[in-house]
Every structure is written in C-alpha cells, then in structure tokens.
Design a protein around this ligand. Structure first.
Ligand SMILES: [Zn+2]
Length: 298
C-alpha cells in the first residue's frame, strides 16, 4: 500500500474536493425536497422557501456557510430551515473526500471508477434522505441508478472484470465490455434478489412488511455498480447500522417503524470504500465453504 505524503498541495486539493462535494450535496438537497413531491428537479431553477415562496438569494445559497450565517432561518419570513440541508451537504462533502482519499492511499483505482462510485454515493444520499422522511425510495433514483450501474459496467469493465478480490469475472466472452455488462447484471440480480427473498420470508414469518420493493431496487442498483460480492456484504452489514439507530429509537421514542434504505446505503458505502479488503475476506470464506461442502459430499 502506498503511503500518502501530507503536503500543502495535497491538503489544498482535499479541501477543494470537500467543498465541491458540499456543492453537489446542495443540489442533492433540491432533489430530496422536490422528488417525493412530484416536482421537477430543474424547474424553477432558483430554490425557494417552502413557507413564504420567496426565491433564495445566491448569497444565501452557499453550502454549510449560509445555514450558519442565517442561523437556520429563512431571511424573508424567519421559517426554520431543516437541519437536513447542512447535514446532506456535509455528508456529501465527506463522502467525496473519503472516496478521493481512499483511492489516493490505496492507489490503482481508475478515475472513471472513482467517478462512478461518486455518482452511486450521490444517489444513495438522495435515496436515504427521502426514505427517512417519506418511507419511499424514488424510482427516479433507483431505476436511473440501475441503468447507470449497467452503463458503468459496459463502459468501465474494470469495475467487474479482473483479478482483484472484488471482481466478478476474469474472462467469459472475451469482450471486456460485454463481461463488464454481465458483471453488472449479475450484481443487480444478486443484490435485488437477496432483498426480495428475505422480504418474502420476513413477510411470511412476521406477517408484516420488513423490507419494501424500494429496497429491492436500491440493492439492484448497488449490485449493478459494485458487483455481487459488495451487494451481498452490504446486505449483511446493513442490519448492524440499523440496530445502532433502531435501539435508541425504540428506547427513547418507543418507535419501531424505520426505513431500511439508509442502512443499506451506509453499508454499501462502507463496503465500497474497503471493497478489496472486504471482498478478500469474503472470497476466503466462500473458498472454505466450498471445501467443506466437497469434504462432506465429495
Ligand atoms: Zn421564507
């Protein structure tokens, strides 16, 4: 593993990445508010206050800073601005910075793949924030993401084809792009299929919906981008994030209904950042399980 020299240009560039991430987060906030309300994401261009309807001035639209300067209130009518705005901006900035730093330290990730992961992170932020409030994941996000993941597999075969532990295929058709697309499709089927199977079993046992079809589509998207191994690991890590949030929620608010999308998203991001190490372990267990089966039945 290469070491990362902490130099002034390196720090300056990291700050730039964080600030750009916050600006992306600012746009994601627009999607998060408008999509579940059936409004267009780009019309009207200018954001407006949901209470007084006045357009937000350019100077009041600076990620993170404006929220602090306005002390979380609309300049015109004083209506409180949701904490979601600075949280989404900061989270997106940190996600983009983490992606950049992980690929800087680990090296070897091609630029296109880092961009594809950045896009996936942005989609997961929107899906999570909407799911938290409305208990739905907009189809615009998951279906666009599913197609985006398949396109990424086709255009960036290195996502799914090769020798790294996270890869799905080494060679199948001889055409790397085709193998990349097949890798994406296998990932989508594995991610979506796994949630679907558990959702059906859960409904039969508990007689109520634990996971919805929105989660199926969300995990199909994750699998299309990152392959079946990341999708499987994500699915089994997500409940731990769910418990961290769900237990306090149950104790403090006596609330036991919670969305699952944000925890799937958190799991996906964690596995994505550590994908080679995580999939390395995973491969070892799969090999061990294979040997065990052979020892028993062979
Ligand atoms: Zn207002």
């Amino acid at each position: 593993m290469a070491t990362l020299a902490v130099t002034a240009p390196e720090i300056a560039f990291s700050v730039v990445i964080f600030v750009l991430g916050c600006c992306v987060g600012s746009f994601l906030n627009v999607c998060i508010w408008r999509m579940p309300r059936g409004l267009s994401v780009n019309q009207p261009r200018r954001s407006f206050c949901p209470r007084c309807g006045k357009p937000i001035r350019g100077a009041d639209n600076i990620p993170l800073l404006s929220f602090m300067l306005l002390r979380g209130k609309c300049r015109d009518c004083g209506a409180p601005i949701s904490w979601r705005y600075p949280l989404v901006e900061a989270a997106t900035g940190l996600l983009m910075l983490s992606l950049y730093l992980v690929q800087r330290v680990g090296g070897g990730t091609e630029r296109g793949q880092v961009i594809a992961m950045g896009l996936l992170c942005a989609l997961l932020v929107v899906a999570s924030a909407v799911d938290m409030e409305f208990f739905i994941i907009p189809d615009e996000v998951s279906l666009f993401g599913l197609l985006g993941g398949l396109a990424a597999g086709l255009l960036l075969p290195g996502l799914h084809v090769g020798d790294a532990p996270h890869h799905t295929l080494r060679a199948l058709t001889g055409l790397r792009a085709m193998d990349g697309l097949i890798g994406s499709a296998i990932g989508a089927l594995a991610g979506g299929g796994l949630v679907l199977v558990f959702a059906v079993i859960g409904e039969l046992i508990f007689r109520k919906e634990a996971m919805g079809f929105g989660d199926v589509k969300l995990m199909a998207m994750v699998g299309a981008f990152l392959g079946w191994k990341v999708a499987v690991l994500t699915f089994f890590i997500a409940p731990f994030f769910g418990l961290l949030y769900g237990i306090p929620l149950l104790i403090i608010k006596k609330e036991h209904v919670m969305p699952f999308g944000p925890f799937l998203s958190a799991g996906a991001v964690l596995v994505m950042l550590l994908r080679s190490t995580a999939c390395g372990w995973f491969n070892r267990y799969v090999t061990m399980a294979g040997e065990l089966v052979r020892a028993i039945f062979g």
